[in-house]
Design a protein around this ligand. Structure first.
Ligand SMILES: Nc1ncnc2c1ncn2[C@@H]1O[C@H](COP(=O)(O)OP(=O)(O)OP(=O)(O)O)[C@@H](O)[C@H]1O
Ligand SMILES: [Mg+2]
Length: 356
C-alpha cells in the first residue's frame, strides 16, 4: 500500500483537485483507493457531491477523544465506485487542536487508525488543509510519500523550504523515510512567466518533480462544481488526459524500488518509545513479528509492505528486554539484521531487543 499526503500550506495550488482526480484515475486503472479528506473546508468531499453537514460520521470520528471507544471505519467510509472509497470531512475538524491539546500521541492518531483498516487498499490519498498544523502532521506520519502541488506563480516557491523542513522533522521523529515529489499544476504554457517559474521549480526539485504537468483547464472547476471527478465529467478534456497521465506515472513507479529502501535502517530502531521492526524480502507474501511483547502471537504483529521489498511495523514498548522472531510465510526466523540473540532452549535462537 502506498499512502500519499497531498500537502502545501499555500492555498489554492491544486491540492484538492489533485487528490480527487488522482484518486478517481487510479481507481479507474484498477487500483483500490481510499481518499481521505483531512481539510475542514471539505472541498474534496464536496467534489464527490457529498454534503458534509448531512453526513452523520466523518474523519472527525478518527481523531475525537469522545469517539475513541466507538470508532468504526464502516461508519465513515463511503463507497463511491467499485474501487474508490471516500472518508469525508466535516467542519468539526477545526476544533481538534483545542480538543487534543493535552492528548498524548496526538500526532500519530491517523496512522493508528489506518493500521486498523480491514479493506486492502492499494493507495490512500490524503487531501490536507493549507497549513502545516496537527492534521497535516498526522497525515505525514501516516504517509510513505508526499505530493506537493506547485502552481507556477510569483509566490509558488516561497514557503517550500518550511514545508520540506516539516517533512524532514517528521522523518526524524518517526524514523520512516518519506518520498517527496512535486507536481506542477494550473500550468499555462502560453504564458512566458509560467514557463520561467516552471523552470525554477524544475531546478528546485530536480528528479523529484513528477514528469506529468497538470495544465490549466476550466473543466476542472466545472467538474468540481458538478460534484464529479474529471473522469466522469469530460473524458475528452486535457484535464482528464493530464490526471490520467499522472495516475499512470504513479503506477509505473510501483515497479521501480522506492528510494525509501536504499536508505532504510533494517535493524530494530527505537522511535518515540516504540520499536520499528523491519524485514527485507521481495518474495514474501506475509511477514509478522512475534515476541514477548505480544505473547508470541504473530497475528498481533502484522507487518506492512513498504515499497517492493521492505516489511515494517511499529510496536510501542515499555523499557525492558524482549525476545522476538519474524514469521515469514509461516516460517519462524530470527532477525537477520540484529546480531543480538538468545538461546530459545529448543536448539535455536531468538533475536533480542532492549529498551532502556
Ligand atoms: N489545472 C487547473 N486548471 C484550472 N483551474 C484549476 C486547476 N487546478 C485547480 N484549479 C482550480 O483552482 C482552485 C483551487 O484549487 P484547489 O481547491 O484544488 O486548491 P487547494 O490547494 O486544495 O486549495 P486549498 O488550499 O484552499 O485547500 C479551484 O477553484 C480549482 O477548481
Ligand atoms: Mg483544498
Amino acid at each position: 500500500m502506498r499512502t500519499f499526503s497531498i500537502i502545501n500550506q499555500k492555498g489554492g495550488c491544486g491540492k484538492t483537485t489533485t487528490a480527487v482526480n488522482l484518486s478517481a484515475c487510479l481507481s479507474e486503472l484498477g487500483r483500490r483507493v481510499l481518499m481521505i479528506d483531512l481539510d475542514p473546508q471539505a472541498h474534496a468531499t464536496l467534489s464527490f457531491a457529498y454534503q458534509p453537514e448531512k453526513l452523520r460520521h466523518s474523519v472527525y470520528d478518527i481523531f475525537s477523544p469522545s469517539k475513541a471507544g466507538s470508532f468504526d471505519w464502516n461508519d465513515i467510509l463511503i463507497q463511491y465506485s467499485d474501487n474508490l472509497f471516500i472518508a469525508p470531512s466535516n467542519l468539526l475538524l477545526n476544533f481538534l487542536d483545542k480538543e487534543l491539546v493535552d492528548f498524548k500521541g496526538k500526532e500519530r492518531i491517523l496512522i493508528g487508525r489506518i493500521m486498523e483498516l480491514q479493506i486492502p487498499f492499494d493507495y490512500i490519498i490524503i487531501d490536507c488543509p493549507p497549513s502545516l498544523g496537527l492534521l497535516t502532521v498526522n497525515s505525514l506520519n501516516a504517509s510513505s510519500e508526499v505530493i506537493v502541488p506547485v502552481e507556477p506563480s510569483f509566490f509558488s516557491l516561497h514557503g517550500l523550504r518550511k514545508l520540506l523542513e516539516t517533512v524532514r522533522l517528521q522523518e526524524e521523529k518517526t524514523g520512516h523515510i518519506i518520498r517527496v515529489q512535486a507536481l506542477a499544476t494550473i500550468y499555462n504554457g502560453r504564458n512566458r512567466f509560467s514557463r520561467e517559474i516552471l523552470k525554477e521549480i524544475q531546478e528546485h526539485f530536480g528528479d523529484n518533480l513528477l514528469t506529468t504537468t497538470i495544465r490549466m483547464s476550466v473543466r476542472l472547476k466545472e467538474a468540481a462544481s458538478f460534484g464529479t471527478p474529471i473522469s466522469e465529467y469530460n473524458r475528452y478534456s486535457i484535464a482528464y488526459k493530464d490526471y490520467n497521465a499522472l495516475a499512470t506515472e504513479i503506477i509505473l513507479q510501483e515497479e521501480q524500488s522506492y528510494p525509501v529502501e536504499k536508505k532504510v535502517l533494517l535493524k530494530p530502531q527505537l522511535v518515540n518509545g516504540a520499536i520499528v521492526f523491519r524485514y527485507k524480502d521481495p518474495k514474501a507474501n506475509a511477514v509478522l513479528v512475534a515476541g514477548d511483547f505480544n505473547n508470541w502471537s504473530p497475528n498481533e504483529g502484522i507487518m506492512k509492505k513498504k515499497g517492493s521489498n521492505i516489511w515494517e511495523t511499529m510496536i510501542p514498548l515499555d523499557p525492558g528486554t524482549y525476545q522476538y522472531r519474524f514469521v515469514v510465510d509461516g516460517k519462524w526466523l530470527p532477525d537477520p539484521n540484529n546480531p543480538i540473540k538468545a538461546d530459545d532452549n529448543l536448539g535455536g535462537f531468538n533475536s533480542v531487543v532492549t529498551i532502556s
